[in-house]
Design a protein around this ligand. Sequence first.
Ligand code: SF4
Ligand code: MG
Length: 330
Amino acid sequence: RGLKMHFPIYAGVFRRHVGDIKAVDDISLDIHESETLGLVGESGCGKSTAGRAVLRLYDITAGSISVDGTDISNVEKEKLRHLRPKMQMIFQDPQASLNPRMTVAGIIGEPLVEHMSLSRSERLERVYELMDAVGLNRAFANRYPHEFSGGQRQRIGIARALALNPKFIVCDEPIAALDVSIQAQVVNLLEDLQERFGLTYLFISHDLSMVRHIADRVAVMYLGKIVELAPRDTLYSAPVHPYTQALLSAVPEPDPVREAERQHIILTGDVPSPSNAPQGCNFCTRCPIAQAICHEVEPEFRQLETGHYAACHLVGNDTKKTGEPTAGEG
Ligand code: SF4
Ligand code: MG
């Protein structure tokens, strides 16, 4: 609720505080048990920072985070350690996130050493189970990360994330570094594991086609804020925020007839710096339909119909702010 992750900027020999990078600037979200919430947006919009903040890999600037009814916003390191097993992360670059000097068994077994008191043989047995679960041959347990392909390395990362039976996993661009031919395999694996172990995912990606495939609901981020949140089908068939519409218009349509009929919205200008966001609506410098008010007043993030939220002055002004579904809305 109201999550902010600001990083101070210091300048000069006296390291004077000259401003803040507002990587995540007041976002509120629920992630429901066993769902996949897609978090999309261009690079630099704050989605990875949001994912890390939710896991409390950072001390947050403001707001609150609850996991399973436990407020973890301000708990200290030692207490977090006990909560860690429940919440894990799968990283974008499997190469960079795996220790090159450790064997696969060592990497997957590391969280077990840290958090569970198992005998050597029990631990190895658990490592084997995890390797089976992610489709890695047990015979490779003593090999090193460099001996594997990118897709296999991501499987190692996934096995490690699963080691402590987590409930919630932040997947940060888990397929972005992989060959296209491998991406679908890894996504299918993540879906299988979700079903099998009752996992909840925050799935961070800039790939809207992939998110459409895997997510139950989708949140769109722009410059540190969530601008639209909706059930998957609603977001893809009836996006209301001009930024979401522009993002979706850039996704190629497989049907050539429909592709020819489609309107492409070309956004001009660059994304402003998160240390210098515009006044009013964050999107006002690039929005094709911006009005005077957009440069002055920040639009409220509000519910338009059940489960569909957006932050735009020109959207759904006739609906009540209480978020009650309005008859005939749409
Ligand atoms: Fe565009 Fe204004 Fe809506 Fe922002 S509030 S998205 S600038 S129309
Ligand atoms: Mg990122």
